[in-house]
Design a protein around this ligand. Structure first.
Ligand SMILES: [Cu+2]
Length: 148
């Protein structure tokens, strides 16, 4: 009887450890992506943008280097700048975020540039975006597709 009980607790412990290892949710250390969303596009349009606040929840600076999504063939970080009165987008190869700091991605500034959509990108859908840092860690986020 006692042995059986111990066995059960052992399994609970293993499950708890697995859950802790897989956790990339808002409460975890690392990278957060708050109020994140992707702009819906009409069928046939081949690019859109994603926004939100990237938050470094770790205790050291985090250098973000690459982006990917199963819903898009190409994902990168862009920044919109006004050059001589003309709005231009430039690719940002890497983004460093200080410990505890946030970088806001918003229309007219930094944004995720999502190109070559795989199928429709319609409101109500969820798009997974994976962000990889220079230390090899990667963070996945589920972004809702919204019409704003
Ligand atoms: Cu862009």
């Amino acid at each position: 009887m006692v042995k059986k009980l111990q066995f059960k607790y052992c399994w609970l412990l293993i499950i708890a450890l697995l859950l802790a290892a897989c956790d990339s949710g808002p409460a975890s250390q690392g990278l957060g992506f708050e109020n994140a969303w992707i702009r819906a596009i009409p069928p046939g349009v081949k690019m859109t943008a994603g926004f939100g606040a990237l938050q470094n929840r770790g205790s050291a600076a985090l250098q973000i280097e690459s982006f990917s999504s199963p819903s898009f063939g190409d994902v990168s970080l862009h920044r919109t700048e006004i050059v001589e009165g003309v709005s231009k987008m430039r690719e940002v190869p890497a983004l460093s975020i200080d410990a505890g700091a946030s970088v806001v991605l918003e229309p007219g500034g930094y944004h995720l540039m999502l190109m070559m959509p795989v199928g429709d990108i319609q409101p109500g859908q969820v798009v997974t975006v994976t962000i990889t840092a220079s230390d090899g860690r990667s963070f996945s986020f589920d972004l809702p597709v919204e019409r704003r």
